[in-house]
Design a binder for this molecule. Structure first.
Ligand SMILES: [Zn+2]
Length: 987
């Protein structure tokens, strides 16, 4: 076959067999990248990046179409998103609606997609032997989708449920409000998700056939010349090229221009306004959004990076430091985001109560900082610092999850850069002070919209159409405009000092290792501490992770102890922020947080300067001086956090209550709020030395650090803290609640947020001890088999809601299987539908052929054997095994061996005993969160499905065998507890 190639960019030549055009110059890649790449163009102008990774244990592909919700027809808002949903549900070649997901599920895979304003991205991951089959199914999305009328009809409910899931989420509300308040003639002002109104009711009123419109949309925009494909596999580049030609050449090239939008959605009418907005949660933010041109063409100089580095800086002389000193702010973020043809530059500040009162002065300080930047002019040394950090990060870039990599590459391929730079788009190529000062000039007083978010705003006279967000918009005050017109600098605001944390020693002493070690070893074990250590023998990057757990029973004894521990960790981090910000931006990070066993400190990044960072944090932990003003601001922030967690979505609340019911001791948010009330900063000053006085320090050092240095690091920590030993019985961990055999409990409560229309259920079946390998492997095999049919039955077919999933729940001494749904339906209906599914699942297993059954086992084994993709993933795997207290580092191997032995008969026997609701030993605990706004339920127990004008009778009776939990504490007090953690082997 001799294809013809039109519109070839420079440096492309035709392949020997004439099948494709190929980029003939090498693609620039990280020194640390052992994969090989080839960029090709098919005769239909589809550009595809092929990645050969001989070692990968997952293959993946992603395709991005350069069209998104901005291209929705005016009268069909949400069409691009709806089209994305339907491509998954059958194509001409593979008409079965769950074929794609079913294939992936049986071969260790998964998939997802997203629709943004100017693009739609699809991706999947699959076991490496099954890439071709997955590609064949995937490619048909873009060649000949079915848009089966029955799916079109049903899937609208998934889109509608997705919209309703987001109704009470502030992030979504703010995003849509921002869009709704932009120029009404710009497509950006429209509603991007879509719902029943825009995609079903309106089209019916207008006499439109939605399926025809979907076909038209796909036919118009799904054109090969605006698609970017990335495929990653074990196969050779030649093999991958051949598959791509075979499967993607049939994608039609309609030679369409990329839909582009040259006007900015913020025009004179919108700029210079201030908008007051009421959130659902108790948050307070100030956002300044500047109209900006598309920055993509400036990839070589990245002028907005330079600005964000400075405006967002948190070190000495920064804007945030000044705002914190005044007691007005907690956090600050600055950055650009944009779409094809237009963009925005945003500065967002998390305000304190007094910051909100003084918001106009906050704006003035922002402009004083900008004025300072203008006066000092563009500094080449700062550009080089930012450039250097980016270069180091690229040089030592590690692998990530394959589908994340392919999806982000297919997204980045849109950049109008020379094709050999598509992997290195993050690098700076040119210092261009002119471009930087042009960007700085756009940060003008008449080029932004001010948005303020707070629950304290009253008399807001307007409501956003799609989410009902209350707001009021008015011009900026004359006072602030005058102040901005006559802006001067502020003596506190200066450029940052040079960054001393940029690493310079990258030696890894790489050597050939035939068998990397499977676990860390103990290299120190005393009354005070235990140190697990592994020198990196796999990734050879100049990085390390140091994880420390400071165990103390004092951290969790009462809600007051818990809250004090949390306040203490927040105060330490707050006190370190200014001096450690420079470390953070060079890729040296740390986190300090509390757990019920004590405090956890994680330090990670380039090992060169890692121990300096660790030392600074531990010294601060030991010698914290508490600033009373910062204390009261942080206390207020934590109070809001607890209050806000009551407003979390119902599907998160079910998990919270299930955890509460099944763990020996958890303090509720209400209890913590009450405890917080009377705590003063002096209490923390007394508390934390006591907390640190007796500790057991369990730690892991993994990475490019030598054994002697690891021991020195651990000694240094002990020298600084000087703790005394705990007695052994103080180290006994908390235990789990065991549900008695044959008991079926239900806990019901209302969703706290009275405006949330969603209910949720988490249905938990307790099976047995986590350390019983037979039960553990059979449970995960059941979860593996259940996953796809549960989704396909309850979401795709029954359309109960957008969020439908199932999986394993493991706790100390117990293990179970859980099924979750968030839905507008009554939770009793959901409960009964889950039990119906559990009966069906048994039949599915019974009817499964031996070959199908073996596929499921193999699919699970491949998933279990998946290796960590980078150093941090490996570290966290070990750390998880360490903090669990089981130290069962080789569990995967044990489980894989066990899985190979399980016959279908064994599994069925297990299923009938533990999972089937009719079994006499079945143990259930189901948590129902009921919406207070159940507008669909009628008194007679029937449900009116308004949009279809028919009455569906829901079963709204619970089965007799269920027992209702009325009082959680009383219930727990009657339950037996399982064993505490005992190490898997002697340590
Ligand atoms: Zn969606």
């Amino acid at each position: 076959m001799m294809a013809t190639f039109k519109n070839l960019p420079t440096n492309f030549t035709i392949s020997k067999d004439g099948g494709y055009a190929v980029l003939s110059v090498p693609i620039e890649k990280s020194d640390n990248d052992d994969r090989s790449y080839r960029l090709i163009r098919l005769s239909n102008e589809l550009e595809a990046l092929l990645i050969h990774d001989a070692k990968t244990d997952k293959s993946s592909a992603a395709l991005e179409v350069h069209v998104g919700s901005l291209s929705d027809p005016d009268n069909l808002q949400g069409l691009a998103h709806y089209c994305e949903h339907l491509l998954f549900l059958g194509t001409e070649k593979y008409p079965k609606e769950n074929e794609y997901k079913d294939y992936l599920s049986k071969h260790s895979g998964r998939s997802n997609a997203f629709t943004s304003a100017d693009c739609t991205n699809y991706y999947f991951e699959v076991g490496p032997e099954f890439l071709e089959g997955a590609l064949d199914r995937f490619s048909q999305f873009f060649v000949a989708p079915l848009f089966d009328p029955s799916c079109v009809d049903r899937e609208i409910h998934a889109v509608d449920s997705e919209y309703k899931k987001n109704l009470q989420l502030d992030g979504r509300r703010m995003h849509q409000l921002e869009r709704s308040l932009s120029n009404p003639n710009h497509p950006y002002s429209r509603f991007s998700t879509g719902n029943l109104e825009t995609l079903k009711e309106n089209p019916i009123k207008q006499g439109l056939n939605i399926r025809d419109e979907l076909l038209k949309f796909h036919d118009k925009y799904y054109s090969a010349n605006i698609m970017k494909l990335v495929v990653l596999g074990k196969e050779s580049l030649d093999q991958l090229s051949q598959w791509i030609i075979e499967k993607f050449s049939a994608v039609k090239n309609k030679s369409i221009p990329i839909p582009t939008y040259d006007d900015n959605p913020l025009t004179e009418n919108e700029l210079s306004n201030q908008v007051f907005i009421k959130p659902v949660k108790d948050i307070r933010t100030l956002n300044m959004r500047f109209s900006f041109p598309d920055q993509r063409p400036l990839f070589h100089a990245k002028p907005t990076y330079y600005l964000s580095h400075l405006i967002g800086h948190e070190g000495v002389g920064s804007l945030l430091t000044l705002l914190k000193k005044k007691g007005w702010a907690n956090y600050l973020r600055a950055g650009y985001n944009g779409y094809i043809g237009f963009g925005f530059y945003s500065i967002s500040i998390d305000l304190t109560e007094s910051g909100l009162v003084n918001y106009e002065d906050v704006v003035v300080h922002v402009f004083q900082y900008i004025e300072m930047l203008r006066q000092v002019g563009t500094q080449e040394w700062i550009y080089h610092e930012v450039k250097k950090i980016q270069e180091i990060s690229f040089r030592f870039q590690e692998k990530s999850i394959p589908s994340r990599y392919t999806s982000s590459l297919s997204h980045n391929m849109k950049f109008p850069c020379p094709r050999e730079w598509i992997l290195s788009i993050s690098l700076f190529r040119k210092f261009d002070p002119q471009l930087i000062s042009e960007s700085l000039d756009l940060l003008r007083h008449d080029n932004f919209v001010l948005r303020l978010v707070s629950q304290s705003f009253n008399e807001l006279d307007q409501r956003e159409k799609w989410y009902g967000t209350e707001y009021k918009a008015e011009p900026l005050s004359d006072k602030v405009i005058q102040a901005l017109k006559n802006i001067t600098t502020h003596s506190d605001l200066t450029l940052p000092i040079p960054n001393e944390f940029i690493p310079s020693n990258f030696e890894t002493n790489k050597s050939e290792i035939s068998m990397p070690a499977k676990r860390p070893d103990i290299i120190k074990n005393t009354q005070i501490s235990r140190l697990w250590y592994k020198k990196d023998d796999t990734f050879w990057v100049p990085k390390a992770n140091i994880c420390l757990m400071f165990k103390s029973p004092l951290a969790y004894t009462t809600p007051i102890h818990h809250v004090k521990t949390e306040l203490y960790t927040e105060l330490v981090k707050d006190a370190l922020n200014e001096c450690l910000y420079n470390a953070e931006i060079t890729g040296l990070g740390y986190d300090l947080y509390y757990q019920n066993q004590g405090l956890v400190l994680i330090v990670n990044g380039y090992n060169d300067k890692l121990s300096i960072l660790l030392e600074k944090v531990v010294i601060k932990m030991k010698n914290l001086k508490i600033d009373p003003e910062r204390f009261s601001l942080i206390k207020e922030r934590i109070q809001r956090k607890y209050k806000n967690s009551l407003l979390n979505p119902p599907n998160q609340q079910t998990t919270y209550y299930l955890d509460y019911l099944t763990n020996e001791k958890i303090w509720t948010n209400e209890e913590k709020l009450e405890a917080l009330e009377n705590i003063k900063y002096e209490d923390i000053e007394i508390f934390y030395p006591e907390l640190l006085s007796h500790l057991f320090i369990e730690s892991l050092i993994h990475g490019n650090i030598l054994k002697d240095d690891a021991i020195k690091i651990s000694q240094k920590v002990e020298e600084i803290l000087q703790p005394k030993a705990l007695i052994t019985s103080q180290l006994i961990g908390l235990r789990s609640v065991l549900i008695p055999k044959g008991k079926k409990f239900i806990y019901q409560r209302n969703v706290f947020d009275s405006n949330n229309i969603n209910s949720a259920i988490e249905y938990y079946i307790q099976i047995g001890d986590l350390m019983n390998k037979e039960l553990r492997t059979k449970s995960s095999l059941t979860a593996q088999i259940a996953n796809e049919p549960f989704f396909s039955q309850l979401r795709t077919k029954e359309q109960l809601g957008y969020l439908v999933n199932s999986g394993i729940k493991s706790q100390v001494g117990s293990l179970g299987f859980k099924l979750k749904i968030q839905s507008e339906r009554n939770t009793i209906h959901l409960e009964n539908r889950i039990e119906d599914f559990l009966n069906k699942l048994q039949t599915i297993i019974e009817n499964m052929s031996e070959q199908e059954y073996q596929k499921q086992i193999q699919s699970l084994i491949v998933k279990k054997l998946e290796k960590p993709k980078n150093l941090t993933q490996e570290s966290f795997r070990y750390w998880g095994d360490i903090i669990s207290g089981y130290y069962d580092f080789e569990q995967v191997d044990t489980d894989v061996e066990e899985l190979r032995k399980i016959t279908k008969q064994d599994l069925l026997k297990f299923y009938k005993t533990f999972i089937n609701p009719n079994s006499p030993v079945y143990k259930k605990l189901s948590v129902h969160l009921r919406s207070q706004k159940s507008n669909k339920t009628k008194l007679n127990g029937g449900v009116v499905n308004e949009e279809e004008n028919e009455v569906i009778i829901e079963e709204l009776e619970l089965k007799d065998y269920n027992e209702i939990i009325n009082d959680m504490v009383l219930w727990k007090s009657h339950m037996i507890l399982g064993p505490s953690v005992t190490p898997f082997s002697n340590i």
